[in-house]
Design a protein around this ligand. Structure first.
Ligand code: KG4
Ligand code: ZN
Length: 344
């Protein structure tokens, strides 16, 4: 089954073609970062307009790269939420109209389910059941995954998502949007011995997380440095290091706790923050001695992309799931509302 995937939930237009027998045939990604950079964050209206310009040309590019005519598509999957409503509507409208014109089914996919399943596109995919750490710009969640659509939310951030904390810290340090990779790069020049930031909620039992206190601590440290001698480049790098290490340590502790609680030995991480090399490195180094295998998608598939939507859609479409008559896009859509395809 050949499934075209369309991702337009935020500031990336991602298109891909996935074949359930041959794997990923082609994918293309257009990032709107330069469009939003001068505003320091995503401007929803600009995002929608840019998706309108880019979606169809990218669909044509992917089909031509794969050498597959439109008429050979079996289904179209698109991101139906959560995300920016206007941006989601662009992908959904194109997907549904194309599917209608071609006489093939369409299916709205949950963006976080796409992230969660992306590591299964690897050559050595993890097997169910596993613990998934989903860390993106909008979500920080620990989920027990027993199969497609069989998700139990074990814990989540009570305030800022991990990616959001990275982005806000970047702003405090005068770094451009999107902040995660910028903070990570700056941290490489940081002195590990200079500051120790709090590890939020690690003494608190359970699997929920909180990152807003860490952001306040960063702000206080930035102000103190500024008053002392002006904020130097070394101060900024030292703060980036301390912030990143605190987020990573917190996530490692919570992952270990989730694995022990559920008696599992497989950890899968996904979402934009899973591109962070310190997080990958520390999760492996600290969990492997307990016999835990750690899986993550290739860097390209960590952040938003069309392949994860094509893949998640293909699994559900192949099981017979289709868009309901009243299909809608949703700005908010708790992942716990998902169910396996046979029960859908
Ligand atoms: O999954 P994603 O592309 O979009 C959402 O669904 O939100 O995640 C974007 C988030 C942003 O907050 C970005 O700063 C963060 O992922 N991010 C990183 C890194 N690369 C992206 N955070 C830390 N380190 C990175 N290397
Ligand atoms: Zn995402």
């Amino acid at each position: 089954m050949r499934v075209l995937g369309i991702e337009t939930s935020c500031d990336e237009t991602g298109i891909a073609l996935y074949d359930t027998e041959r794997g990923l045939l082609a994918d293309a990604l257009y990032s709107q970062v330069p469009v939003h950079a001068e505003y320091g964050g995503v401007v929803p209206e600009l995002a929608s307009r840019d998706h309108i310009r880019k979606t169809l040309p990218l669909v044509e590019q992917v089909l031509s790269e794969a050498g597959i005519p439109k008429s050979d598509l079996d289904a179209i999957a698109y991101t139906a939420g959560p995300g920016l409503v206007g941006a989601l509507m662009v992908g959904a409208t194109l997907a549904r109209s194309m599917a209608f014109g071609l006489g093939i089914p369409s299916l709205g996919v949950h963006h976080m389910e796409g992230h969660l399943l992306a590591p299964l596109l690897a050559e050595d995919p993890p097997e169910y059941p596993f613990i998934a750490l989903l860390v993106s710009g909008g979500h920080s969640q620990l989920v027990r995954v027993d199969g497609l659509g069989r998700y139990a939310l074990l814990g989540e951030s009570l305030d800022d998502a991990a990616g959001e904390a990275f982005d806000k810290t970047a702003k405090l340090l005068g770094l451009p949007y999107p902040g995660g990779p910028q903070v990570a790069a700056l941290a490489e020049k940081g002195d590990p011995a200079r500051f120790t930031f709090p590890r939020p909620m690690v003494k608190h039992p359970g699997l929920d997380m909180s990152f807003s206190g860490l952001k306040t601590h960063t702000l206080t440290t930035v102000k103190a440095c500024r008053e002392e001698s002006g904020l130097t480049d070394q101060d900024r790098a030292d703060i980036a290091w301390a912030f990143q290490q605190a987020v990573v340590d917190t996530l490692v502790i919570k992952c270990r706790r989730a694995l022990v609680q559920e008696g599992l030995k497989t950890l899968v991480m996904a979402g934009g923050v899973s591109a962070n090399s310190l997080l990958r490195h520390d999760l492996e180094r600290k969990l492997q001695p307990d016999g835990v295998s750690v899986h993550y998608p290739s860097l390209r598939l960590c952040t938003d992309n069309g392949a994860m939507i094509a893949y998640a859609g293909a699994l559900r479409l192949a099981a017979g799931q289709r868009d309901p008559q009243d299909a809608e896009v949703r700005a908010r859509w708790p992942m716990t509302e998902l169910s396996p395809p046979e029960a859908a």
